[in-house]
Design a protein around this ligand. Structure first.
Ligand code: ADP
Length: 383
């Protein structure tokens, strides 16, 4: 951090040169410099170009007196907050003439000046100003840090997008090769191997697609292909697509659709992706033989979709984290769960593109989780 080493400045205003000299002698200390002015007009000129930690104003001066000068100071944006100490010769009554108390500090010292009182009052403003300088330097340093963090974040996102693109092509090539092999199935006992490879490939494809989606959304490049659709159809498709995963884990899936069609103006593929992702998580974070419920209903102007499981759940103090990108609650050191921690962040962004909301309604470790998604029904979309 670079805090300015320039001396802190006080402005001393008095028409009598000997008083200015006496004040400087009284207040002299390391790190403090004085500007002097012999009249209100001269003081105003100095105030235009300098920053002062304190202005000491003699009240009785020929021409513009100390109070008039102070009024001018308070009316100018530049000098509005400069603290003022008036040096008055009269009684306390004269002090009442000044009406600029709202802005900046104001104090009074009566002549003849008591050296200790003046010094201790002036020292307060000296310290305040040097603290303010330090805070300003810290603020600048934080801003610079923030900017470099932002740049690093952009760089990371660019890298992820490039990585995803690079991975996508070889995966596609492997996929086609695998399909070709499948067609030439010769009963040579390699079917199991191919099935396993297929599963790995679809997992990788999904990860890479998610990564690409995240970077596309960040760049504002995802636009929805909206159409009128029945949510019940989307739910049935999402469940059918997730079925192999659910069966493999031995889960039971209960689909509770609304009796009526639920019409939405939404992107079919993206909505399927949203629900498929939630069902995928429900299946992944539930020990074998669990129960997953997918329910749809109407709530006011919105369609409400609930995906519930009786799996491992999420501790309460982690609930806020899970929709953040790369956030994972359950350490996956041995690869049990798989994933990059982008699924829910992506789902949230896709829901919001639909003018909808997603929330973790309830989640208790050992009992399970309920995620809920609200999407405006047809005719209620706001934007
Ligand atoms: P991941 O790729 O790790 O699954 P997500 O963004 O989909 O990433 O989810 C973020 C984290 O939230 C997960 O790592 C997991 O810890 C937690 N999580 C998500 N869904 C569930 C769920 N149904 N039950 C328990 N934990 C979950």
């Amino acid at each position: 951090m670079t805090v300015s080493n320039d001396p802190i400045k006080f402005l001393l205003v008095d028409d009598l040169p000997e008083n200015l000299l006496a004040l400087q002698a009284l207040l002299k200390r390391d790190g403090l410099a004085f500007d002097t002015a012999h009249s209100g007009e001269e003081a105003l000129e100095r105030l235009l170009v300098n920053d002062y930690a304190l202005a000491l104003l003699d009240v009785q001066m020929p021409g513009m007196d100390g109070f008039e000068l102070a009024e001018f100071m308070r009316n100018s944006e530049r000098s509005r907050h400069v603290p003022i100490i008036f040096l008055t010769a009269g009684t306390n009554d004269t002090a009442r003439r000044f009406r600029g108390y709202e802005a900046g500090a104001v104090d009074f010292i009566q002549k003849p000046i008591e050296a200790d009182i003046l010094r201790s009052k002036a020292n307060v403003f000296f310290s305040l100003y040097s603290q303010r300088r330090q805070i300003a330097a810290q603020r600048d340093e934080l801003a610079a840090l923030g900017a470099s963090l932002k740049a690093a974040d952009h760089q990371k996102n660019r890298f992820l997008a490039v990585l995803a693109h690079e991975l996508r092509n070889p995966i596609m090539a492997l996929n086609s090769g695998l399909h070709l092999l499948q067609r030439r199935e010769g009963g040579d006992g390699t079917a199991d191997i191919r099935t396993a490879m297929n599963r790995c490939l679809s997992h990788m494809t999904r990860l890479v697609d998610d990564l690409l989606d995240v970077s596309r959304i960040e760049k504002g490049k995802v636009s929805l292909k909206r159409e009128t659709l029945d949510l019940n159809d989307v739910l049935s498709l999402a469940v059918a697509t997730s079925r192999p995963l659910i069966d493999e884990a031995g889960h039971t899936l209960i689909l509770d659709l609304a009796p009526e069609p639920m019409l939405l103006d939404a992107d079919h593929a993206r909505l399927t992706q949203i629900i498929g992702n939630l069902i995928g998580n429900a299946s992944k974070y539930t020990p074998a033989g669990g129960e997953i419920r997918v329910r749809a209903g109407v709530e006011g102007t919105h369609a409400l979709i609930e995906v519930a499981d009786n799996g491992i759940g999420i501790p309460a103090d982690q609930h806020d984290r899970i929709f953040g990108i790369f956030e994972q609650v359950h350490a996956d050191t041995d690869g049990t769960y798989g994933g990059l921690g982008i699924g829910l962040a992506l789902v949230k962004q896709l829901v919001e593109l639909h003018d909808g909301r997603i929330a973790l309604k309830r989640s208790v470790p050992g009992e399970g989780s309920i995620f809920e998604v609200r999407i405006p029904m047809l005719g209620t979309t706001t934007g």
